[in-house]
Design a protein around this ligand. Structure first.
Ligand code: TRP
Length: 463
């Protein structure tokens, strides 16, 4: 992160630069949080896991696990002022703790690679759909047509690689340049605009004739429909959507000025992120039911339902193309944060040039991503574990295992290992109810929630 992190220098600052104030941090972190996870992943995961019960578990995880762990990440980052790996190295020294905690940083770098590898593939789909909507492909389309268009696209690895490459190049370019003033100014416009367009889609959903069914699906608490792994998936989704567990937020935390309130910023970020996900769900499910589509169709859900809605709207080609521009933009601001922990580390360790590092990281993720591209066509029948394709596997392991494990370790380190005085200073705690609440959440509730959900899944899968 080079610019946007204003130039003021003084005590207690990161060598990579600093956010110029509370709002820039909130926007950068919200830019990281709001992405494909909210608009693409959340609705299809809710759809595959029965709706209501999934949404409830997800919301509970965001509030009780996500918020405390995000606060912990920002706090650790600001305490260390370095890349997550070096921050953990420094903090294990000040805490006289085992250097094993540094594994949090290393696992995060690995998780970042895995996630970005397939993230770029899906973001490539969004880029492709900018063109498809703009050229009127979906004007007046019905459900069957939208389905077929999507499946034809998936069957064509060459085209998928093309768009994956475009996305990866855009990301590397921005990361290499540093986040310029231009991008930051754009975020100010893109984020609100994205929300406005989602609300337009929501309005369409309300009038589509499927709204009641959509709301019912999303909020009716049907425990049985959640299934064995659903709880684990809901928790993983909470981590994924808030960008937690791999050090992205810790890296951003290193650039937060000391006078910014961590609690207020984190709550704002979590609320923004949740609103976008819920509105996306409320826009997509009515369209599913009004058009006789299936809610559990998996990763294609957004790419089938939304073009359908745009195809039937006046000026749909224009709005549709604009919508996918915004989704792609949201994906880029998230992708950037996936590279930051590795990038900052390599810059610190080897004094490497940001641009060189960015290109190398990009190439590795691109190659890994080919596995995900082929999971939808050439290698669709190759199952890595159980019935999982390569894409399913990378997604599952990173989101449902690595992120929660990372989050657990972060909570335990912050709650039990880091000296209390440092934590209190970072959060401005002076005893009383706030401190009690914080301690309960970070020491008891979030670690126990993660452990319980892990144990429950293992037990159910064996039993
Ligand atoms: N949160 C982003 C989304 O919802 C994805 C993302 C960005 C992410 N950085 C991350 C996920 C770090 C996990 C960890 O699309």
């Amino acid at each position: 992160m080079s610019s946007g992190l204003g130039a003021e220098r003084g005590a207690d600052e990161s060598r990579h630069g600093m956010w110029s104030g509370r709002w820039l941090f909130v926007m950068a972190a919200a830019g990281s949080a709001v992405g494909l996870g909210n608009i693409w992943k959340f609705p299809y995961m809710a759809g595959e896991n029965g709706g209501g019960a999934f949404v409830v578990v997800y919301l509970l995880c965001v509030a009780l696990v996500g918020i405390p762990i995000m606060m912990a990440e920002v706090l650790l980052g600001r305490e260390g002022r370095l890349s997550p790996i070096n921050t953990m190295r420094a903090l294990t020294l000040t805490s006289r703790a085992s250097s094993a905690w540094v594994l949090i940083g290393w696992m995060g770098v690995l998780a970042g690679f895995l996630i970005l590898s397939y993230y770029a593939v899906i973001a490539g789909w969004a880029l492709k759909y900018i063109v498809s909507l703009a050229d009127g492909t979906f004007n007046g389309a019905n459900g069957e047509f939208a389905n077929r268009a999507f499946n034809d696209f998936l069957a064509n690895p060459g085209e998928m690689i093309l768009w994956q490459t475009v996305f990866m190049c855009l990301t590397v370019y921005i990361v290499a340049k540093g986040v310029t003033g231009g991008l930051e100014k754009a975020i100010r416009w893109f984020m609100p605009l994205l929300l406005v367009l989602l609300v337009v889609l929501l309005g369409y959903g309300i009038n589509s004739g499927g709204f009641e069914q959509g709301v019912d699906f999303m909020f009716r608490f049907d425990w049985d429909a959640l299934g064995v792994d659903g709880v684990l998936v809901a928790m993983g989704q909470a981590f994924f959507t808030l960008s937690l567990g791999m050090g992205a937020i810790m890296a951003y935390g290193a650039y937060v000025p000391s006078n910014v309130s961590i609690t207020t910023s984190v709550v704002t970020i979590a609320v923004l992120d949740t609103v976008v996900a819920i509105v996306a769900g409320l826009a997509i499910f009515p369209i599913v039911f009004a058009n006789g589509l299936e809610p559990d169709q998996g990763p294609g859900l957004m790419f089938v339902t939304l073009p359908l809605a745009f195809g039937q709207m006046p000026l749909g080609a224009l709005f549709g193309a604009l919508f996918f521009v915004l989704v792609s933009f949201a994906a880029i601001t998230s992708a950037i944060s996936l590279t930051e922990p590795a990038l900052a580390f390599l810059v610190e360790e080897y004094n490497a040039k940001r641009s060189r590092v960015a290109i190398s990281l990009g190439v590795i993720c691109w190659v890994l991503g080919l596995g995900s591209v082929f999971s939808f066509n050439l290698l669709a029948d190759v199952h890595v574990v159980g019935s999982m394709t390569f894409f399913d596997f990378v997604d599952y392991v990173s989101q449902n295992l690595m992120l929660p494990l990372g989050g657990l370790a972060i909570a335990l380190f912050t709650g039990f290992v880091l000296p209390k005085a440092n934590v209190r200073a970072q959060l401005g705690l002076k005893g009383g109810l706030p401190e009690f609440l914080w301690n309960t959440l970070v020491r008891v509730v979030s670690p126990l929630a993660v452990l319980t959900i892990f144990a429950y899944t293992i037990y159910k899968n064996i039993g």
